[in-house]
Design a protein around this ligand. Structure first.
Ligand SMILES: NC(=O)C1=CN([C@@H]2O[C@H](COP(=O)(O)OP(=O)(O)OC[C@H]3O[C@@H](n4cnc5c(N)ncnc54)[C@H](O)[C@@H]3O)[C@@H](O)[C@H]2O)C=CC1
Ligand SMILES: O=C(O)[C@@H]1CCC=N1
Length: 250
């Protein structure tokens, strides 16, 4: 995720990124992509904004190293799922601002979605700078930190829900006689087109669905069967389970 964001920010014209990475192999890869790199967290000295993109379980190890070298006026943006702003603030000097952000994987292509929550000591101009920076990877919404579990479940995990839908549409297409490549093309372009139609429309998803559904036609047959199998309820229950799991992990 860190490498992905560095790529997106570099594409957006940020030319002063240093990636800190302890693995020599990963460093070589990142340098191959044109990024400056460093091994030691001490390299954060002098940085205005620091993105903390390690696994949640590695945060506790990195924070003391960060505290020792971070500039007094810096802003630390944590992308670690479930880790609270207060936890990070407590480990860093009081002048350092902290922001929590949840990304998703379409950030790889600059079409990501970030839910961003400022901690208790980030001035508005520094939050704005963080929103701008993450904007290189996609859209950004600012939400109260109490909503981060819901953000994680909706947009953080959300791409996986669509991929799951795609798996089953492709499989059904193949079962219906299509060759796998055609089934993939038909499915993918349908998801892209429908998502863009929804994104560009003022109509609700329900209304857009209604317009596809002819009386007693094929869509009606599909949606009725989805309902019989509890698909909609299953999706809601799944997203709620992700919210609960995010809260548990935090
Ligand atoms: N919403 C989403 O779809 C996703 C969110 N994430 C978030 O991003 C964060 C990072 O996840 P990944 O990129 O999958 O992890 P990762 O383990 O692939 O990458 C973290 C990198 O940090 C390096 N690292 C760890 N501790 C270090 C230290 N002390 N000094 C220097 N380098 C260090 C590791 O060598 C590793 O290359 C997670 O906290 C996760 O919550 C990650 C993937 C997907
Ligand atoms: O599955 C997870 O726990 C992480 C958080 C959101 C996406 N991936």
């Amino acid at each position: 995720m860190g490498g992905t964001l560095a790529e997106a920010m570099a594409r957006a014209g940020h030319d002063d990124i240093v990636v800190i990475e302890r693995s020599a192999e990963r460093r070589a890869e990142l340098e191959g992509q044109g990024h400056a790199s460093a091994e030691d967290v001490a390299a954060v000295a002098g940085a205005d904004v620091i993105l903390l993109v390690v696994k949640p379980q590695d945060v506790a190890t990195v924070l003391p190293q960060l505290a020792a070298s971070v500039d007094a006026g810096a802003t630390v943006v944590s992308l670690a799922a479930g880790v609270r702003n207060a936890t990070i603030e407590a480990a860093l000097p009081e002048t350092v601002g902290v922001v929590r952000a949840m990304p998703n994987t379409p950030a790889v292509i600059g079409r990501g979605m970030f839910g961003v929550s400022p901690g208790s000591r980030v001035p508005a101009d520094r939050l704005e700078a963080v929103v701008d920076l993450l904007g290189a990877g996609g859209e950004v919404v600012v939400v109260d930190e109490s909503h981060q579990d819901a953000v994680t479940a909706v947009s953080g995990s959300g791409p996986a829900y669509l991929f799951h839908l795609a798996e089953h549409m492709i499989a059904a297409g193949v079962e219906g006689g299509l060759d796998p490549q055609d089934a993939r093309t038909l499915t993918v372009q349908t998801l892209v087109g429908a998502a863009e139609l929804l994104a560009g429309s003022d109509e609700s998803p329900e209304e857009l669905r209604r317009r596809v559904t002819s009386p007693n036609g094929t869509t009606h047959a599909a949606i009725t069967t989805f309902d019989q199998h509890g698909v909609g309820e299953g999706i809601r229950a799944g997203v709620l389970a992700a919210i609960a799991r995010s809260a548990e992990l935090g």
